[in-house]
Ligand binder design. Structure first.
Ligand code: C2E
Ligand code: CA
Ligand code: CA
Length: 500
């Protein structure tokens, strides 16, 4: 109802004119007030809405370009609709920064924040401006890109390289990331697509990280499988399902056994023998490696003690995981186990992979220092696959380099592999390190390695990993004429351990 309709109402004639005028004026004032109020209300509402939108669109101040999740979800809805209309392509890229926590712990949160910024910048700038990024957890991000799988793969490779240190001369710690890819619609509905990209990421992470994987429906099954394995692995030590088998390393010239590397086996009651390549990364990831690693130390020292008592003069080597290298008590534990079995530290080798050894962090430095002081024999495993810096290598208390099996495999066919092995041997010798080639399977490889001046050889050509008992028997008989690898009588007859 408004003032005009009132003054025109049928009963207006009975009213004195002044009263009608006053009423009209009052109504006009009331209307004006109401109108103003409404305008203010609208403006207020509009500014609240715009504020909300702006807040929604606001970037995480510490991470420019990274959108809040609700905004990301809204844009994903739009992208899915556009994809359904055939107007664009859509791939979700789930990025986990696997070692952010370690960077925080080792270098402090300031350094972690810088690494995070660098990662965010890489993600928001590594594709055209259609890429949209949000953070789903402390060290996890998800991106959506207008790309098919092929383009997304190239993007994932570029991201891994950029985060992993291929960023010029920066002294910032390198980030290891695991990436999962899932394309819409082939890898899942709108509701599932982020979860599937995350599943693919987890698969990569379980396998050690630093790579990408495309979602596969089998992965969901695997995750369930892995949950069961984890449950069983928790009890593997107490149920005595673990065993160490030993694979000899052979002196390339004398063909004598120099040492035996302990390799872990899990006898699962239903699944049979499970490879450490499967359960060690799982144990690392889920915090089960501690008790397993301790068991390996105890059992390998016990066995080394028995071998020593029987006069067998060879070193025993164990593999040390990244987690163990970060434990303050690792070296104390090792020296205590060695002492308890009457062994000296320099007769015992710790194999540490190149990638773990190169973790230039305070904690690993401390462990290496303690290893040096304790006189342990340190070997750098899987050498050549990572990005070892020679100057850093010089500072490690290493006595041995193990050239990764991949180079040995390619020796016969690739001049590059030969050149790499040649260079590694020369540098290692200049640094007074012994060189072991692992994964030697053929006589041709053996001959080339001897020519290239490798000091020790290890591989199926000489011996597969075997039980401690089998190794004792085999070593006792290794002067048998039918011994195919031509070992020299090397072991038991000499009852005193001598320096190799
Ligand atoms: P690694 O330390 O590089 O051990 C060498 C792997 O290559 C072993 O596999 C060995 O059985 C295999 N191998 C030896 N010679 C040959 C050959 O001529 N040809 C081929 N194709 N393979 C050969 P395995 O025993 O399955 O161990 C896999 C990895 O699991 C090891 O790689 C090591 O990184 C890890 N691992 C094993 N035992 C332990 C352990 O007690 N603790 C930790 N932290 N890791 C372990
Ligand atoms: Ca090894
Ligand atoms: Ca190795």
């Amino acid at each position: 109802m408004d003032a005009a309709s009132l003054s025109a109402s049928p009963g207006a004639g009975a009213f004195p004119l002044w009263a009608a005028a006053a009423l009209g004026a009052a109504l006009l004032v009331a209307f004006a007030l109401w109108w103003r109020q409404r305008a203010i209300g609208r403006r207020l509402q509009a500014s609240v809405e715009s504020l909300t939108t702006r807040l929604d669109e606001a970037e995480d101040h510490s991470l420019p370009g990274v959108l809040p999740r609700p905004r990301f979800d809204a844009l994903l809805d739009e992208a899915v609709a556009a994809c359904d209309r055939g107007e664009r392509r859509l791939t979700l890229v789930f990025v986990n920064l696997d070692n952010l926590q370690s960077v925080n712990e080792a270098f402090g949160h300031g350094c972690g924040d810088v690494a995070l910024q660098r990662a965010a910048e890489a993600m928001t700038t590594c594709v055209d401006d259609t890429a949209v990024v949000t953070r789903t957890g402390g060290d996890a991000f998800v991106m959506m890109v207008d790309a098919d799988l092929a383009k997304a793969r190239t993007l994932a490779d570029a991201l891994i390289a950029r985060l992993g240190g291929a960023h010029g001369e920066s002294s910032d710690p390198d980030l290891v990331c695991s990436i999962g890819l899932a394309s819409y619609p082939q890898h899942g509905s709108r509701a599932r697509i982020i979860g599937h990209a995350s599943t693919a990421m987890r698969q990569v992470r379980l396998a050690g990280g630093g790579d990408y994987a495309v979602f596969d429906p089998a992965m969901s099954v695997d995750m369930k499988d892995q949950a069961e394995l984890l449950r069983d692995l928790r009890q593997a030590v107490s149920l005595k399902q673990l065993e160490l088998v030993y694979q000899p390393k052979i002196d390339a010239r004398s063909l004598q056994i120099t040492s035996a590397e302990a390799l872990l086996r899990w006898h699962h009651p239903q699944r049979g023998l499970i490879s450490p390549a499967i359960f060690i990364p799982l144990a690392e990831r889920f915090g089960l490696i501690g008790p397993i690693g301790n068991w390996v130390i105890e059992d390998a020292c016990r066995q080394a003690g028995l071998w020593r008592q029987s006069g067998l003069r060879m070193r025993v080597a164990i593999n040390i995981s990244a987690y163990q290298m970060r434990q303050d008590d690792l070296v104390d534990r090792l020296t205590a186990a060695l002492a308890a079995n009457g062994l000296s530290a320099n007769r015992f080798t710790c194999e540490i992979t190149e990638s773990v050894a190169m973790e230039d962090t305070r904690v690993t430095h401390r462990t290496f220092d303690r290893m040096r002081k304790a006189g342990l024999h340190v070997s750098i495993d899987d050498f050549g696959v990572g990005q070892a810096s020679l100057s850093y290598l010089r500072r490690l208390p290493a006595a041995e380099l193990k050239i990764d099996a991949s180079f040995v495999q390619d020796l016969a066919t690739s001049a590059d592999a030969r050149a790499i092995v040649d260079a590694v041997v020369k540098v290692a010798h200049a640094l007074h390190l012994r060189v072991v080639a692992e994964g030697v399977e053929t006589e041709r490889q053996r001959d080339l390695l001897v020519q290239l001046d490798c000091d020790e050889l290890q591989g199926y050509l000489f011996a597969r990993p075997m039980s401690a008992k089998a190794l004792s028997l085999w070593a006792a008989e290794d002067d048998r004429p039918d011994q195919p690898t031509g070992f020299r009588p090397s072991l038991f007859r000499d009852t005193l351990p001598v320096d190799l």
